[in-house]
Write a protein that binds this ligand. Structure first.
Ligand code: KG4
Ligand code: ZN
Length: 352
């Protein structure tokens, strides 16, 4: 990624802080040298015993982790806070208490250092994250955002210029993975575990519905798919049977993947784009990647993925989104008054 807006020889160093859900992430991105360092703490083990994220525990853990993660990031980058030019943080959407920790930390630090801040939309972080790669896509492109909380198809025209093409009307893709995994007795968050279980499944033993496949728009619905799995599990003579569980996992993953792939390529056709960017935790799913790549080859299109470590929540994508916003001419704000935005539609980022 080149930052040609800056005079030759100068660069800006952006500190990024992510705390919207159950991962605390801190990173340093330099417009001249790229990603200098990033550190992450996942709360999966903390929440696993409850079968899902407990918001109050999440907030408290972010408080505990964020300073050590900052120290680690600075040490790994072999630099100090003096080199930071601006601080980007996730302002929303997400869990209110969890967001507040990152907002307060970033704003407080920026006030102490007398540096400006860049409040970042979490989904913007995800959908720009594939641009962190060494061979990034170019604007414009279509983004398929598939995370635990969102499933959206977005036309990305440039930094801060996003047009929502369609989204899920009920459960997000990751949520459907997690709920189905729970039904199959897998620990939270079940997405990755379910996809591993599916590897042992036999194709075409079960067939689940492909919701809204022919709806003619770019919206999704995954709640019915989860219910279909529940009905199948209830009818089973031995729901614990490993072969049965693997076959169900594969049939679920195949159904969900087929809908995502069909709609993503319909969105490419609709917008006359050739580049699809996949972002969010479900983008780590191997079967989804294989199906998207297969379809792309047939249609002379290309699919871009963030590196696996940047698919799920992380601080690097927030620092990077902050740097890209600066590069695109968006002004940072001065540190001080702030608010978290637990509900924040991505479309609100569009300039008037
Ligand atoms: O983007 P993310 O880290 O957090 C949100 O912003 O939601 O996404 C987390 C979601 C979870 O639902 C998790 O189960 C799912 O991504 N996930 C996967 C895989 N890895 C993570 N789902 C399917 N297959 C995977 N390999
Ligand atoms: Zn996320």
């Amino acid at each position: 990624m080149t930052f040609s807006f800056l005079p030759a020889g100068t660069s800006l160093c952006v500190l990024g802080v992510e705390s919207s859900c159950d991962e605390t992430g801190v990173a340093l991105y330099d417009t001249g040298r790229g990603l200098l360092a990033h550190a992450l703490h996942s709360q999966i083990a903390l929440h696993a015993q409850y079968g899902g994220v407990v918001p109050e525990l999440a907030s408290r853990d972010h408080i505990r982790r964020v300073v050590p993660l900052l120290r680690q990031t600075l040490a790994d980058a072999q630099t100090s806070l003096a080199s930071v030019d601006a601080i980007a943080y996730t302002q929303g959407p997400g869990l209110a208490g969890a967001l507040l920790v990152g907002c307060a930390f970033a704003e407080g630090l920026a006030a102490a250092l007398d540096k400006p801040v860049l409040p970042i939309h979490h989904l913007e972080g995800h959908l720009l994250s594939p641009l962190l790669a060494s061979d990034p896509p170019e604007f414009p492109f279509v983004a398929l955002l598939v995370s635990g909380g969102h499933t959206q198809l977005i036309a990305v025209e440039g930094v801060g210029r996003y047009r929502l093409l369609g989204e899920t009307l009920d459960d997000a893709a990751g949520e459907a993975f997690d709920k189905t995994a729970k039904l199959l007795g897998l620990p939270y968050p079940g997405g990755a575990a379910l996809s591993r279980l599916a590897e042992a499944g036999r194709p075409d033993v079960y067939h689940f519905p492909r919701p809204m496949l022919h709806s003619g728009d770019f919206n999704f619905s995954f709640a019915g798919l989860k219910t279909a799995v529940l009905t199948r599990v209830r009818q089973a003579t031995d729901p614990e049977d490993p072969a049965f569980r693997a076959d169900v996992a594969l049939a679920f993953q195949t159904a969900l993947t087929e809908v995502l792939v069909k709609k993503a390529f319909a969105a490419l056709k609709h917008t006359r784009q050739k580049q699809l960017v996949v972002a969010g935790g479900v983008g780590a799913n191997r079967a989804l990647r294989a199906a998207l790549d297969h379809e792309a080859q047939k249609r002379d299109c290309r699919v871009y993925y963030p590196a696996l470590e940047f698919c799920t929540d992380n601080g690097a994508m927030i620092a990077f989104a902050g740097a890209l916003r600066l590069a695109a001419g968006f002004s940072p704000k001065s540190a001080g008054a702030f608010s978290a935005r637990p509900r924040w539609p991505l479309q609100e980022l569009m300039p008037d």
